[in-house]
Design a protein around this ligand. Structure first.
Ligand code: ATP
Ligand code: MG
Length: 242
């Protein structure tokens, strides 16, 4: 196996306190291109808080976040997005009344020579993109007309299609059907490149777990622990997934 490349995203010794609770206490986390990490912990362990440090929703009280080796202070989620960090939150955060295609291409709509939105192209591209995720729907219908699982897959398709360098999913399977979970795992497996080219996507994945002990944070592994296999389905030591 080739040597791991330099990390694309790092959290170094980060702490975050909310009133009455130390959500993260000196957390370090390293993501190398081509790796998939699963963050596993009981409810309230701090998974979402760690994700939100990486995506600019929160800034750490101490410690730092690095992207491509450089310390960064994302002031808002858009800064993280611009840097190539794409996030799918626990709650679908798209626009329910907007069309499926409009959600997929929001802020980057294809335009014609007159700089007007090219709906025909947008609809064709959106339909083709979603078919790759096993979703065959009329992309002109409002997003809210889809089931929650399909909406989550739209969020996934959007997140991946923006050429993300890092994709973060916060409990993505909680609203998915088993078939959709399989599709999701297949997509994630496709990001794990044995060569770990610097351009490949890294992924952090959150999963709640009510079994076993969980310190405030258990660092996810060394590059050697990266695998071509996506995060496992619940194992006996992680039996209760919320
Ligand atoms: N904005 C906030 N204000 C106050 N406390 C917060 C805030 N966000 C998180 N917390 C607290 O910080 C701790 C960690 O919460 P976090 O949401 O990161 O956990 P989690 O591991 O994602 O849990 P879950 O599995 O329920 O999603 C919890 O005690 C939570 O109540
Ligand atoms: Mg959470």
């Amino acid at each position: 196996m080739s040597e791991p490349g330099p990390p694309v995203a790092e959290v170094v010794g980060a702490s975050k306190r909310f009133p009455g609770v130390l959500a993260l206490d000196g957390v370090s986390f390293t993501l190398v291109p081509g790796e998939v990490h699963a963050l596993v912990g009981e409810n309230g362990a701090g998974k979402s808080t760690l994700v939100k440090l990486l995506t600019g929703v929160y800034t750490p009280d101490s410690g730092e976040v690095r992207f491509a080796g450089t310390p960064v202070t994302f002031r808002r989620p858009l800064d993280a997005q611009a840097a190539g960090i794409s996030t799918i939150y626990q709650e679908v955060n798209l626009v329910p009344l907007m069309s499926v295609a409009g959600n997929l291409y929001l802020g980057r709509e294809p335009r014609n020579q007159l700089r007007l939105i090219d709906y025909r192209r947008m609809h064709a591209d959106a339909a083709a993109l979603l078919r790759r995720y096993g979703i065959d729907v009329d992309v002109r219908q409002p997003l809210r007309s889809l089931g929650l699982g399909a909406q989550q897959m739209v969020a996934l398709a959007r997140a991946v299609s923006v050429n993300a360098r890092v994709v973060i999913m916060d409990e993505p399977t909680s609203s998915l059907e088993p078939r959709e979970v399989d599709t999701l795992f297949r997509v994630v497996a496709g990001w794990c490149t044995p060569a770990r080219s610097p351009d490949s996507t890294g992924c952090a994945w959150c999963r709640s777990c009510s079994a076993g002990t969980w310190p405030r944070y258990a660092g996810t592994g060394s590059p050697a622990s990266a695998s071509r296999t996506p995060p496992p389905r619940p194992s006996p030591s992680c039996a209760s997934v919320t």
